[in-house]
Design a protein around this ligand. Structure first.
Ligand code: KIV
Length: 269
């Protein structure tokens, strides 16, 4: 089973790592065979599995249920699990809710926010819970942003996001996840923290890892998908098409053919 140390080593070696969301045992087993490096039990399951129009209704029990199912079927990937909306608003909630997902197989929890999470990050880390902080477009705050939009489009906003990253890394964050930010900022932040793996989704090709929602990269999402998504199913056919699409994604992350310019936000900062 891959560990946080493996992710740190990948970063030091310049070996890019793959991450996909996963919520069930069948897909987790396919990802094990495809040797996907990391799995995110994302609260995106509120939309992809439960049919809500945002991640807000998801509960900690939902996250624990799906984490347990994935862990049982996949003994290879490093697993991180989202703490859902309002489940880490107090230190005690953060501790109790992290405990629930760590006890069923998560190796790290992911929280959305910035510098204001520093105390929570510190306390969780001291209690043996590695934390990934998700910055940029943070879907739990969709009603604050007024939609799912590119973040940190100006130098000033980019510097604010860098300051948030510095604060949470200083507090002990073991990983960062950047969503929907200019590629230049993804590169700057990845280079700024030599010991902290940075995962990107719509953050350019230079982050240490890439993540996509599995339904998006398999072409199962009806309607509009984000610019940063590539449909890896399009290139496949036959009985093993899903496995082959996931293998192709893992390979494309490693050889950096994904994300290409088409799937990247190019903004000069
Ligand atoms: O919940 C999720 O799937 C996520 C990804 C979009 C990064 O947080």
């Amino acid at each position: 089973m891959l560990s946080l140390n493996d992710l740190r080593q990948f970063k030091q070696q310049g070996r890019k790592f793959s991450c996909l969301t996963c919520y069930d045992a069948s897909m987790a087993r396919i990802m094990e065979v495809a040797e996907v490096d990391t799995i995110l039990i994302g609260d995106s399951l509120g939309m992809t599995i439960q049919g809500h129009d945002s991640t807000l209704p998801v509960t900690v029990d939902d996250m624990a249920y799906h984490t347990a199912a994935v862990r049982r079927a996949n003994q290879h990937a490093f697993i991180l699990t989202d703490l859902p909306f309002m489940s880490y608003a107090t230190l005690n909630d953060a501790l109790q809710n992290s405990k629930k997902v760590m006890q069923v197989g998560a190796q790290m929890v992911k929280l959305e926010g910035g510098a204001w999470l520093s105390e929570i990050v510190q306390v969780l880390t001291r209690n043996g819970i590695p934390v990934c902080v998700h910055l940029g477009l943070t879907p739990q705050s969709v009603h604050v942003f007024g939609g799912y939009k590119l973040q940190a489009k100006t130098r000033e906003a980019a510097d604010q996001l860098i300051a948030d990253c510095k604060a949470v890394v200083e507090a002990g964050a073991a990983a960062l996840l950047l969503e929907c930010v200019p590629a230049q900022l993804g590169k700057e932040i990845t280079e700024l923290f030599p010991n902290t793996p940075v995962i990107g989704i719509g953050a350019g090709v230079d982050t240490d890892g890439q993540v996509l929602v599995v339904q998006d990269m398999l072409g199962l999402t009806m309607g509009r998908v984000a610019k940063f998504v590539r449909n890896f199913m399009k290139e496949q056919s036959g009985e093993t098409a899903i496995l082959d699409a996931i293998k192709a994604y893992h390979q494309a992350v490693q050889d950096q053919s994904f994300p290409s310019k088409e799937q990247t936000f190019q903004v000069e900062l």
